[in-house]
Design a protein around this ligand. Structure first.
Ligand SMILES: [Zn+2]
Length: 478
C-alpha cells in the first residue's frame, strides 16, 4: 500500500552532501510517500504510482524519540515532589522520596501508570521510547497493543540506596539480585522481538553507584553482542558524585570510562554532575571523555529544573562534541515539554537566546535520540526511514500564526495540537485520541494507584511522616 501525503510544511531530512551537513530541512508545500512501514520518498513532487493520496493542512514531522523514561512510576511524581525541601541531599529526590514511592506503588499501580504514560507519550508526538523499569513483559504487551515503538529495559542492580535518618545515604548490597536481573534481561533480549522488530529489549543496569563493575561490564558486552541499547543513570546527584569519588577516586564519568563501559556507546541518563559543574566544583575533563567515546547523554530537563538543577550547559556539552538526546523520565511524559524546558533552561544557563535554539532541541529529540539507539532509520523523514510520523494541527491558537513550524512546536504546541501519529505507517493517534486507550479510565486508575501510595507513605518513609507532613499542600486546608 503506497500513500502520498501532501502537506503545507514537512520537516524533511537531508543527508550530507557537497558542502552540506546532514540534518532537518524545512520543506514547504511538499509530499511524503509512505510504502507500508517505510518512507519511499520526500520532496516537492512525486511522479510514481500511488494507491492513495491524502492532502492535509497539518505540519508533518518525524516522531520524537524519548531516550529515558520510567513509565511504570511516572505519573505518581505528580503533585508530590515538585516543591519539597531536601537540603540534606542537595535537592535530589532519590534518597528520601524514591524508596517510599517505589515500595508503595503496587503492581496494579505500575501497570496503570504504564498505560497512562503510553497515552501521554503518543499524544505528545513521541513514537519511540527507551523504557526502563519493572513489569517489562507487561510493558511490552502494552506497547505492542498501543503501537509505540519501544526498547524495553528491565531494571536490575547490585544494591540500592536508602537513608535511615534523613542525613546520610547508605547502600545495601545484594549482588546476586543484580545477576538474576541480568539473566532476565538476557532472556528478554533473546525473546523480545514483537511486531516485526518494533519492540525489542535493552540492557539497563540501573545506576552507576548501585552496580558493580562486573555487572556493568557484563551488561555492556551483552548489549554489544545483541546489538541492543545499553543504558544506565550516571552523575545524577551530588551524593552519587561524592560516593563514587570516595569509592574509586574518580568522577562517575571517569570511572565508567576507566572500566570500559563508555566504549560501548551507552545512553547515559542525566550526566548533570560532571567536572566543571558548579555543584561539585571538581577539576577534570568529563565532557572530553563523553565526546571521545561517543556516549549519548539523555537529558531530562524538567525533573532537574523542578529541583533547581540544570545541565551546565546544553551549549557547553554540544560545543564540546557531546551527543545530547532528550528523555521524559517521569511525569510529564511529554516530548513537547522536554524540548521546551531544554531550550528555555539552556538559554537561561548561558544568558543568551541563541545558546540553544528550537532547531537544536528538535534535532536532539529526533535525530540524536535515534542515533543513540543505533537507528539511522528513525527520527527523520527521508527515503528508507521508518514511517513514524506526526501530523500537527495548524488551525489552533497555539500553532497560529505559522511561519516557522519548528519554533511553533518547541515553544507553543500543546498535546491537543497532535492530530495524527503513525508508527510503521499505521495510525496510533487518530484525530487527537489513542483509539486503543480509554484515557478517562487510565487517569482514574492512576488516581487510585496514587492514593494507595500516599496512604502507605508513613510505612515506608524513614521518619514515618504522612504524605501531607512530608509534602505540604500548596496552601493550608481551610
Ligand atoms: Zn531515570
Amino acid at each position: 500500500m503506497i500513500t502520498r501525503y501532501n502537506a503545507p510544511w514537512i520537516i524533511a531530512y537531508q543527508s550530507a552532501g557537497e558542502g552540506k551537513d546532514s540534518g532537518h530541512r524545512l520543506l514547504e508545500n511538499g509530499c511524503v510517500v509512505v510504502d507500508d512501514d517505510r518512507i519511499r520518498w520526500v520532496g516537492k513532487d512525486y511522479t510514481g504510482p500511488v494507491d492513495e493520496t491524502v492532502t492535509t493542512d497539518a505540519v508533518l514531522t518525524p516522531g520524537f524519540v524519548s531516550t529515558h523514561a520510567h513509565l511504570q512510576e511516572s505519573p505518581v511524581d505528580k503533585s508530590l515532589a515538585e516543591d519539597s525541601e531536601r537540603r540534606q541531599f542537595y535537592s535530589s529526590t532519590l534518597a528520601d522520596i524514591l524508596p517510599p514511592k517505589a515500595k508503595g506503588l503496587d503492581v496494579e499501580g505500575q501497570r496503570a501508570s504504564v498505560t497512562y504514560s503510553i497515552a501521554e507519550l503518543l499524544l505528545s508526538g513521541c513514537t519511540t521510547v527507551l523504557q526502563m523499569g519493572s513489569e517489562a513483559e507487561f510493558f511490552a504487551e502494552q506497547a505492542e497493543r498501543h503501537g509505540i515503538r519501544s526498547y524495553v529495559g528491565h531494571s536490575y542492580r547490585s544494591g540500592r540506596w536508602l537513608t535511615r535518618n534523613g542525613r546520610k545515604v547508605e547502600y545495601e548490597w545484594d549482588e546476586q539480585a543484580g545477576w538474576d536481573g541480568f539473566e532476565h534481561a538476557k532472556e528478554l533480549a533473546e525473546s523480545l522481538n514483537l511486531d516485526n522488530g518494533r519492540i525489542r529489549g535493552a540492557f539497563y543496569p540501573a545506576q552507576a553507584d548501585t552496580c558493580t563493575e562486573d555487572l556493568l561490564m557484563a551488561s555492556a558486552e551483552a548489549a554489544t553482542k545483541y546489538s541492543l541499547p545499553l543504558t544506565t543513570h550516571v552523575a545524577q546527584s551530588v551524593f552519587e558524585f561524592h560516593e563514587i569519588t570516595q569509592r574509586y577516586g574518580r568522577t562517575p564519568v571517569e570511572w565508567l570510562y576507566d572500566i570500559g563501559f563508555l566504549a560501548h556507546q551507552p545512553v547515559l541518563g542525566h550526566v548533570i554532575f560532571t567536572t566543571g559543574n558548579s555543584w561539585v566544583n571538581f577539576p577534570g575533563d568529563d565532557l572530553g571523555l563523553l565526546a571521545e567515546t561517543e556516549a549519548t547523554v539523555a537529558y531530562n530537563a524538567w525533573v532537574f529544573a523542578r529541583n533547581g538543577i540544570a545541565l551546565e550547559s546544553f551549549k557547553k556539552y554540544r560545543d564540546r562534541g557531546v551527543r545530547i538526546s532528550l528523555g521524559t523520565d517521569t511525569v510529564a511524559q511529554s516530548m513537547i515539554e522536554s524540548c521546551r524546558w531544554t531550550s528555555i533552561i539552556g538559554k537561561l544557563m548561558d544568558k543568551h537566546s541563541h545558546a540553544v535554539t528550537a532547531g537544536q532541541v528538535f534535532a536532539a529529540a529526533t535525530i540524536e535520540g535515534a542515533e543513540a539507539l543505533g537507528r539511522n532509520d528513525l527520527g527523520r523523514l527521508c527515503e528508507g526511514a521508518k514511517a513514524d510520523m506526526v501530523f500537527w494541527r495548524t488551525d489552533t491558537l497555539s500553532m497560529q500564526p505559522l511561519r516557522d513550524p519548528v519554533r511553533n512546536i518547541v515553544y507553543y504546541a500543546q498535546p491537543t495540537d497532535v492530530k495524527t501519529v503513525l508508527v510503521d505507517g499505521k495510525t496510533v493517534v487518530d484525530n487527537g485520541t489513542v483509539p486503543t486507550i480509554d484515557v478517562k479510565q487510565a487517569a482514574a486508575d492512576v488516581q487510585q494507584a496514587s492514593e494507595r501510595v500516599w496512604r502507605s507513605w508513613p510505612a515506608h518513609d524513614w521518619a514515618e511522616r504522612d504524605v501531607e507532613e512530608h509534602f505540604p499542600l500548596s496552601y493550608p486546608r481551610l
